[in-house]
Write a protein that binds this ligand. Structure first.
Ligand SMILES: [Zn+2]
Length: 277
């Protein structure tokens, strides 16, 4: 994957090595705040790693060439999503307002979603329309989940952008209203449908950007592997009830990501009607 071909987004805030970060340990407080916010907003903080806390990516921050390269990578993937979604929105007479991306290390603050803590993994904050990521998560994907590779990493960012799209399209707000009227099982089911749709949107982006970055079959396998590795059933190793799933099984995540990737069409990502059938 030639991600260097992508334009670097200007919507990136680099807070690495500064502010509230630098290994200042807020502990679980940030995660709890975010969990509360997620109940209120139907957001999906700590999205990818939502079942895992205390994962230990907090700690002393050191600026390394690897981290800087990941920062460049993240900015370019975001830029790539902006170009694709701007185009898709334009064709349906809409204007795409891009999401922000905040790079931080350890802990940081959000505007409206409480404190961010690296332990909860990358997430999208609907209140400030920004994606938060501690770049060391990329290494964790590789070491803890065996989910390495550029396109696997790109998928994580594109998935978060998918949540931003849901916000821009009013889908997230509608689902939040439905969730307010649902019981726990119903809320979880709706959460899964939102997550699978974000996976599908990530796939659509992959389809539209494949030629620009020379996406190979090996790249695609990496992303599919990542989608499988972070399924709720994989993360809980079969110990949890499917009713408690909030992001979908490995099989579902792979299926919806692949569906978007093959079709390149937003219309193929209607997880909500698909589940009603
Ligand atoms: Zn998500």
């Amino acid at each position: 994957m030639d991600w260097e071909q992508l334009r670097r987004s200007t919507n990136v805030q680099d807070r690495r090595g500064g502010g509230l970060g630098g290994g200042l340990a807020i502990g679980g407080g940030g995660a709890i705040l975010i969990a509360l916010v997620s109940l209120l907003f139907g957001a999906n903080p700590g999205d990818v790693l939502n079942n895992l806390t205390g994962g230990g990516s907090a700690g002393q921050y050191e600026r390394t060439p690897e981290n800087d390269r990941n920062a460049d990578f993240a900015a370019r993937i975001l830029g790539g999503t902006e170009d694709v979604w701007t185009d898709i929105f334009q064709k349906s007479g809409r204007t795409y307002q891009p999401a922000g991306l905040v790079l931080y290390d350890g802990t940081t603050s959000t505007q409206g979603c409480g404190g961010a803590n690296a332990n909860v993994g990358p997430f999208y904050c609907p209140a400030d329309k920004s994606i938060y990521i501690d770049l060391r998560f990329f290494r964790e994907m590789e070491t803890r989940f065996g989910a390495g590779g550029d396109f696997a990493r790109a998928y994580v960012i594109a998935h978060e952008v998918g949540h931003h799209l849901q916000q821009e399209l009013g889908i997230e707000q509608q689902v939040r209203q439905l969730q307010e009227r649902s019981d726990r099982v119903g809320r979880n089911r709706l959460s899964v449908l939102l997550e699978l749709q974000a996976d599908c949107f990530a796939g659509v982006w992959g389809n539209r950007t494949a030629d620009v970055v020379n996406l190979s079959q090996a790249d695609i396998r990496e992303a599919v592997n990542a989608a499988a590795a972070i399924g709720d059933d994989a993360l809980t190793q079969g110990r949890a009830s499917p009713d408690s799933f909030t992001h979908g099984t490995s099989e579902q995540r792979v299926a919806w990501f692949t569906r978007g990737l093959k079709s390149g069409s937003v219309d193929s990502c209607d997880t909500f009607s698909a589940s009603a059938r």
